[in-house]
Ligand binder design. Structure first.
Ligand SMILES: Cc1cc2nc3c(=O)[nH]c(=O)nc-3n(C[C@H](O)[C@H](O)[C@H](O)COP(=O)(O)OP(=O)(O)OC[C@H]3O[C@@H](n4cnc5c(N)ncnc54)[C@H](O)[C@@H]3O)c2cc1C
Length: 467
């Protein structure tokens, strides 16, 4: 619980219009996009100036009050659930794009800027910000950096970390820390931008970032490839990468997901298909034609039927189908658990086979889609958290799924992070020494543990014991 004196001080910093404390007002900040038990914060504050962040951090540090930075709350690992109460600090008031620099190819934005708004502002001046998480119409730049968000274009253009040139954040002493620069190269000290990427709000409150932007591609071509068999589609993914062709996007939808998308959106997809690959190549027009030819040949050799989008409207429909995959599945059952296991691309067929085997053995509803070209699959469990028996089977199946990914040389999470949801499994991937190192780092910069308590490595001892 926070004291009345503490509330008064916070109120004097942000004003009544940017502070919420009644249980009904703070309720919607008690959870995020992860199906986990909610916890109410004591206070929700929305600073509109960066210097207000410094003062709020200092107050929390002085009184040892937990502080959970929150962007749009779309993360999928429980990252903004305030498990110990305290203050939720909304970054949505820090929503200004400060500079779009066409000459030097960077943009400076505050942490609460919505990803799609930043991408649109960059596009208006003829440039391109590639990271495009499916949540980009609401997710924030701060949340993207803290989770190292990926997107549909990750295969060719990389993920958020590849675009972070600099960061400004406030540490546990309320001090302003600046890492990186507006230059392409910068080696002045520790790589603090790298440190902040994927730190899940556990090391400080990010207020600004300098992000790289690039010239857009001159041409592009989208296609849908229809397979009768998901294993053949998986083999095609591995074969395209092995042939050293890098499409911008190489996505997969299994038959269950195709059916859900058609039912929810009416998009014209072949409902009798075993799987779809959605592929886009881009670049110089000549390169696009060459790469399209190579991709189409590989896909057809493995039994796929290639359908090229002839118009922008057809292209939009292809990508709408992919972007609606998650929300279409979510309509089918009360509880949705979205995983994001990631394996080396050559292991996609083996991982797909593992998912199919788990689905059959546990008798569960699992729709699988994802960034197959990145080796990043989203097996999505559809269940009902009130059905204890089924939930136990889901939990066991997820453990096997994680182990399967690790056995194939993969990782627990390609883009959703650890938060609280995957904490018990982290040690299996990185080992105790790595967790202890991360924990010492956390304790060194945040000795009172105010930033996002119990997330990532903060609670690891308990979890090691449980293991
Ligand atoms: C429908 C849907 C589709 C999605 N698609 C993708 C996808 O394609 N790719 C992908 O990678 N993810 C995806 N996600 C997950 C999620 O959208 C991303 O992780 C996104 O980056 C989170 O942004 P956010 O603003 O919602 O952050 P939040 O959920 O609010 O926060 C995420 C983490 O960042 C911390 N944080 C946020 N802002 C700050 C700050 N300023 N300073 C310090 N810490 C901060 C929080 O404490 C938390 O730990 C999807 C989620 C949904 C619901």
């Amino acid at each position: 619980m926070v004291s009345k004196g503490f509330k008064r001080e916070v109120l004097s910093i942000v004003g009544r219009e940017n502070l919420w404390e009644n249980p009904e007002d703070v309720l919607c900040y008690s959870y995020d996009a992860t199906p986990l038990p909610p916890c109410n914060p004591d206070l929700v504050v929305r600073p509109t100036e960066e210097e207000q962040v410094a003062r709020i951090v200092l107050l929390c540090a002085r009184e040892g009050i937990p502080l959970v930075p929150r962007g749009a709350g779309t993360n999928l690992s429980g990252g903004v659930v305030p498990v110990e109460g305290g203050v939720v600090l909304l970054t949505t008031g820090l929503n200004r794009i400060l500079e779009v620099n066409r000459e030097d190819l960077y943009v400076v934005a505050q942490a609460g800027v919505v990803t799609a708004k930043l991408a649109a502002a960059v596009e208006r001046v003829g440039l391109f910000y590639p990271p495009d998480p499916a949540s980009m119409s609401v997710s924030t730049i701060g949340g993207n950096i803290m989770e190292n968000a990926g997107g549909l274009r990750g295969l060719k253009y990389g993920v958020t970390k590849d675009y972070v040139m600099g960061v400004t954040f406030y540490d546990a002493n309320g001090e302003r820390v600046v890492g990186g620069a507006r230059t392409v190269k910068c080696v002045t000290g520790y790589n603090l931008s790298g440190l902040m990427v994927a730190s899940e709000g556990t090391l400080g409150v990010l207020t600004q970032a300098v992000l790289k932007i690039i010239p857009p591609p001159g041409a592009r071509k989208s296609m849908m490839v229809v397979y009768q068999d998901i294993m053949k589609a998986s083999e095609a993914v591995s074969a395209i990468i092995a042939a050293h062709v890098l499409p911008v996007t190489l996505e997969v939808l299994d038959s269950f997901t195709i059916g859900a998308v058609v039912e929810a959106t009416g998009v014209d997809l072949p409902t009798d298909a075993g799987a779809l690959l959605l592929i886009e190549v881009d670049g110089h027009p000549g390169q696009v034609e060459d790469e399209y030819g190579e991709v189409a040949t590989i896909c057809e050799r493995l039994g796929g039927k290639v359908k090229v989008a002839q118009t922008e409207a057809e292209r939009d429909e292809v990508w709408l189908a992919r972007r609606k995959a998650l929300s279409s599945l979510a309509r089918l059952k009360p509880t949705l658990i979205l995983e994001d296991v990631t394996v080396p691309r050559s292991q996609i067929p083996a991982m797909m086979a593992k998912i199919e085997e788990i689905r059959g053995r546990y008798g569960l509803l699992i729709g699988t889609f994802g960034h197959a070209g990145d080796g990043n699959l989203h097996p999505t469990f559809l269940t009902d958290s009130r059905d204890r028996g089924e939930m136990e089977r889901v939990e066991e199946a997820i453990k096997e799924l994680f182990q399967g990914a690790l056995d194939l040389g993969g990782t627990l999470s390609g883009e959703h992070g650890i938060g609280v949801a995957k904490l018990p499994f982290l040690v299996k991937e990185v080992g105790e020494g790595t967790i202890r190192f991360m924990k010492r780092l956390k304790e060194g910069v945040d000795p009172r543990g105010i930033f996002n308590p119990q997330k990532l490595v903060a609670a690891y001892e308990r979890d090691l014991e449980r293991d």
